[in-house]
Design a protein around this ligand. Structure first.
Ligand code: NOJ
Length: 554
């Protein structure tokens, strides 16, 4: 073991995780805010922290428990803020630290906890450490904080290994003096060397900086990527792999867990109610559960569930597996349907194959059937919000927003589009600024008509003010479902299956019967039960649950 490996394993002595009896996260509903697309207070077309503060009553009215904010730190914005240049400052695009403190206090005053993103796998090339590393030259201590290597080939003209960036192209870029640096994402996002003690200490300090300000936890970006195989071996990208996660010598290495044990100790210093949630695209699910062992993180996104789509058999299998596996380590499961990296589920579920998993949808692709996708998405909402465990809601899903599937290439911003030469259209389609008012310029996103990505015209009809108080709207469905979920403590309940076939899922939790019709014909509902919520106005006709609909009965 070299001295840097020793630094990692002998990190801060493991403190016992202090878990209070409450463990609020175990059944929490957490709403993801993508700050640049939530609400703009100053008219520059980019959402900001003050915009969030303005809408906190709206969020509290959803009966959610917490909000999670994607990055708002100083950044060149090459990857929409996931390229951080200063982890302790708010980017002027989003406001100031004072704006953050105001937002945090206002959220807490409404009993909303606040989770922020931490981006530890890589910094921005604009970070002081990287500038110092480039300036200091090959072999310098400053370079040891990143992963610099000599190239292959006679004069080092080839990358050190065959790793590929997740955004396309090689995962290595050559510095002017000939050394190469590793970046699993964009070339502006150099990977840190997590075997280096400076990196460990710096991130302890960053966590404490935000914990001292009062945040309730962290969403850990690329949690499975921090430790790479020491030898940086070539990877066989064509090797068969059964799973939905990332696989290879750059992902999910066993030593990564020592970092989260260390961080668990840092959070425990703050009283046991602070959490970490892992963004870890790993599989099989047993590998994911390692991140939520009692002395590591509290939650991990259950992406395997998200990728299943409209498939009763697959969902049943996924739900049972996730619950059993997380239960073994004393954690609960998270249920996630959408986020800022994937096609919104309203659009996915309306595709000709509603189990498909496109990286993005462009105008030249088959277009989703919006009405069908929305019906299924609303039925999925009733399924997901009735499951025991924690649920995540991505901003705008409560409005039934689809992806923007006809964006023009010249409007795209995602580095994935550019690095793949346009082969992947990228993730912009799910990141469109929210519509708050159907009749105002920019659909009320801000005080001007500016929006950093164009909104599709259909967003007007879906705006908050068009759905607010309207019986049968998607917004009112979410409000009702979330209030019932809280009132009946469904997140803390248990699940009993009654029927599970390729066309029906029917279970109960805490006295609530949940029936979802995945088939093509109406489904007789059980007799003698009262309907307390249905996924749409036409869900039940003459006692029969219509296809693509769901109900809650008691
Ligand atoms: C995952 C984030 O969710 C995504 O938006 C980002 O591009 C990558 N990590 C790199 O930080």
């Amino acid at each position: 073991m070299n001295s840097q490996s020793a630094a990692l394993s002998s990190a801060t002595p493991r403190l016992e995780s202090i878990r209070s009896p409450r463990q609020w996260w175990k059944d929490a509903v957490i709403y993801q805010i993508y700050p640049r697309s939530f609400a703009d207070s100053n008219g520059d077309g980019i959402g900001d922290l003050a915009g969030i503060t303005v809408h906190l009553d709206y969020l509290a009215g959803l009966s959610i428990d917490a909000i999670w904010l994607s990055p708002f730190y100083v950044s060149p914005q090459a990857d929409a803020g996931y390229d951080v240049a200063d982890y302790r400052q708010v980017d002027p695009l989003f406001g100031t630290l004072e704006d953050f403190d105001v937002m945090l206090a206002a959220a807490h005053a409404r009993d909303l906890r606040v989770i922020v993103d931490v981006v530890p796998n890589h910094t921005s090339t604009a970070h002081d450490w990287f500038a110092a590393a480039l300036a200091a030259g090959a072999g310098s201590p400053a370079r040891a904080r990143y992963i610099f290597r000599d190239g292959a080939g006679e004069s080092g003209e080839n990358p050190p290994n065959n790793w590929q960036s997740l955004f396309g192209g090689p995962a290595w870029t050559r510095a002017a003096d000939g050394e190469w640096y590793l970046h699993l994402f964009d070339s502006s996002q150099p990977d840190l060397n997590w075997r280096h003690p400076d990196v460990l200490e710096e991130f302890d300090s960053i966590l404490r900086f935000w914990l001292d300000r009062g945040v309730d936890g962290f969403r850990v970006d690329v949690a499975h990527g921090l430790i790479k195989h020491d030898d940086l071996p070539d990877h066989d990208f064509d090797a068969p792999f059964e799973g939905t996660g990332n696989f290879g010598p750059m992902w999910d290495q066993d030593d990564v867990h020592a970092i989260y044990q260390r961080w668990n100790g840092v959070l425990a210093e703050y009283g046991g109610e602070r959490i970490m949630v892992a963004e870890a695209w790993v599989s099989p699910p047993e590998r994911l559960s390692r991140y939520v062992r009692a002395d590591e993180m509290q939650q991990a996104f259950n992406f395997e569930f998200m990728t299943v789509g409209w498939d009763a058999t697959g969902l049943r299998r996924s739900i049972d597996a996730a619950r059993a596996i997380t239960g073994e380590v004393g954690a609960t499961t998270t249920w996630v349907m959408s986020n800022h990296d994937v096609v919104r589920h309203v659009s996915r579920l309306g595709l000709p194959d509603p189990t498909s998993w496109p990286k993005g949808i462009s105008a030249s692709d088959a277009q989703p059937d919006y009405r069908l996708g929305l019906a299924r998405a609303r039925a999925m909402t009733l399924l997901v919000l009735a499951l025991p465990g924690s649920a995540y809601v991505f901003e705008g899903e409560e409005l039934g927003l689809p992806d923007h599937t006809t964006l023009r290439d010249e409007d795209r911003m995602d580095p994935g589009f550019f690095r793949s030469g346009g082969r992947d259209v990228g993730r912009d389609g799910c990141r469109i600024p929210l519509p708050w008012s159907g009749s105002e310029p920019g659909f009320g996103f801000g005080p001007t008509d500016k929006t950093w990505l164009p909104q599709p015209v259909e967003f007007g009809e879906l705006a908050v003010d068009r759905q607010d108080g309207v019986a049968g709207s998607t917004l009112e469905l979410y409000r009702a479902a979330l209030a019932l979920r809280r009132g009946r403590a469904l997140g803390a309940g248990d699940l009993t299956w009654h029927v599970s076939t390729p066309t029906v899922l029917h279970f109960s939790n805490s006295g609530v019967r949940v029936v979802v019709n995945f088939g093509h014909s109406p489904l007789p509902l059980p007799h003698g039960l009262e309907l307390i919520l249905s996924s749409g106005p036409g869900a039940v006709v003459a006692g029969g649950l219509q296809p693509n609909h769901a109900v809650w009965l008691v």
